[in-house]
Each structure stands twice: as C-alpha cells, then as structure tokens.
Design a protein around this ligand. Structure first.
Ligand SMILES: [Zn+2]
Length: 265
C-alpha cells in the first residue's frame, strides 16, 4: 500500500515524464475512478494545458497544470507509470494522460483511491479534506505541539492523517520498532524525550525510504521481516507479535517494544 515514500517516488516519476509538457488527450478507461467528473469533463478541462511541478501532501499527489489541478490518491494498489505513447497499455491503466511526448498513466488494480479534478485551490482543499502537515516536512516544534493534543495509542496517532499526513500502517510499524515503542503505548505517557526521539526516528525512516524510492525491505529494517510467517525481531530474535492498534493489523517485538508504562491501561 503506497505511503509517503512511495507517493514521493510517484511524484518524481510524474515530474520527470510530465512537467512542462502539454496534455493532448486524457483517456479514462474506467469511469468510476474519476470521482468527481465524467471522463469527457476531465478531458475537456485538461486538454491543451501544461503540467507544472507536481506536489505531494501526505499520500496525495497534486498534479498542477497552468489550468486546473488533478488530485491523485493511490489507495491500496495505485501506481504511476510513464511510457511512450500507447506502448503496452495495461488493463489496470485507469486514466492515461497523453502528452506532447509520451504518456503518464494512473494504474490501480483494486480501485481504492481515485482521481479528482479541482478547478482552483478552494476546491482542491475541500476535496483533499482536513490533513495535518506532511510527515516528512513537519518541523519538530509543530510535531511536538500537535502531539500534545493527541490522546490514545501512539500508532493510531501516527496513522491519523489529520494529525500528520503520509504515515500508514507500514511506516508506523517501522518507526515504532526503531523507536522501541509499543504500538498501543498511550501518548499521554510519553516523556518529552520520547516525543523528541519519535520525531527523529520518523524523519530518519522517511528520509531513508524516500531516498530508496519506497519502503525498504533491506536487512536490518523491521519491514524486511514484518508479516512473514514466524518472523523474528531483526534486533533480538524474539518472535513478533500482532497488534490491532490504529485499526489495522500490525506487528511489533514484544521484547524491544514493551508497554513500559504501568498506567497505560
Ligand atoms: Zn526485539
């Protein structure tokens, strides 16, 4: 499932293929994937406009043109594919932006997420909804200040897009493992030092994942083993345990990530 690092990879791919190029045609092969416009409206609105530098906010890709903006969300299985014109189109290429030179495709097998057309910044805001600052861009002071307002499990908070945007189940599990925090640890019980450390670890995980173009499954990372049958902690060898914190099945090391505060439950 694409989280901030993958979507940043999509943004860069989109920029390389589309920035500065004129849209000659928008082909929608699945009309349900464009959530707020008909395929004809999307095509008419974009045709003849030039893509500008795409932006990212959390897990959203914001593809601006010198006219309207296209908002893309990748759900579970979304991807951005850049290819020469009409070459090897895939059945899951749902929206195809045909450019003056090549094309960019929004591919999505399971069709969560989608594509939206926004005519201006106000419409863009209302479509994206309430989001916290981008997890990779938020500064320490803002993070600590926003965290002070949160209650409940630390994992649910990290995954709450209205708190910070971009962290999903996988990034959260990696960050919590590296920070040695139990996913159900309550935020209220975190010391100032633990909050600072959480920020540092999150920035480090995001920076390194973005550099690699996505979440790593390299040795030493929790994500390399997480979810495998009988997976063991890469640090201490303990059998991993499951947690449903944040409403998603996650994994943690019961030895490295103790629920150390007695008043947490
Ligand atoms: Zn461990």
């Amino acid at each position: 499932m694409p989280e901030l690092p993958e979507v940043e990879g999509f943004r860069r791919r989109f920029a390389r293929a589309a920035q500065g190029r004129v849209i000659s045609d928008v082909i929608t092969t699945d009309r349900t994937i464009v959530r707020n416009a008909s395929p004809a409206t999307l095509d008419r609105a974009l045709r003849g406009h030039r893509f500008e530098r795409p932006e990212r906010l959390g897990k959203w890709l914001i593809a601006r043109t010198d006219g309207p903006t296209v908002l893309l969300h990748f759900g579970m299985t979304g991807d951005i594919v850049a290819a020469p014109q009409a070459e090897g189109r895939h059945p899951h290429d749902r929206v195809i932006f045909v450019l003056s030179d090549g094309e960019v495709r929004y591919r999505n097998m399971r069709k969560f997420g989608g594509v939206w057309l926004a005519h201006d910044r106000v419409e863009e805001q209302s479509l994206i909804g309430l989001l916290g600052p981008d997890a990779a861009a938020v500064d320490r002071d803002s993070f600590v200040r926003l965290l002070a307002r949160k209650r409940g499990s630390v994992k649910a908070a990290l995954m709450d897009q209205t708190f910070i945007a971009g962290v999903g189940n996988l990034v959260a599990d990696e960050v919590l493992w590296q920070a040695r925090l139990h996913p159900e640890r309550r935020i209220e019980t975190l010391s100032p030092r633990a909050r600072d450390a959480l920020y540092d670890v999150m920035q480090d995980v995001l920076r390194r994942s973005v550099r690699r173009g996505g979440l790593p499954d390299a040795p030493g990372w929790f994500l390399a083993v997480r979810g495998e049958p009988d997976a063991r902690c890469p640090r201490c060898g303990t059998l991993l345990a499951r947690s449903a914190a944040g409403g998603r099945t996650g994994y943690f090391c019961p030895r490295c990530q103790r629920r150390s505060s007695a008043r947490s439950r």
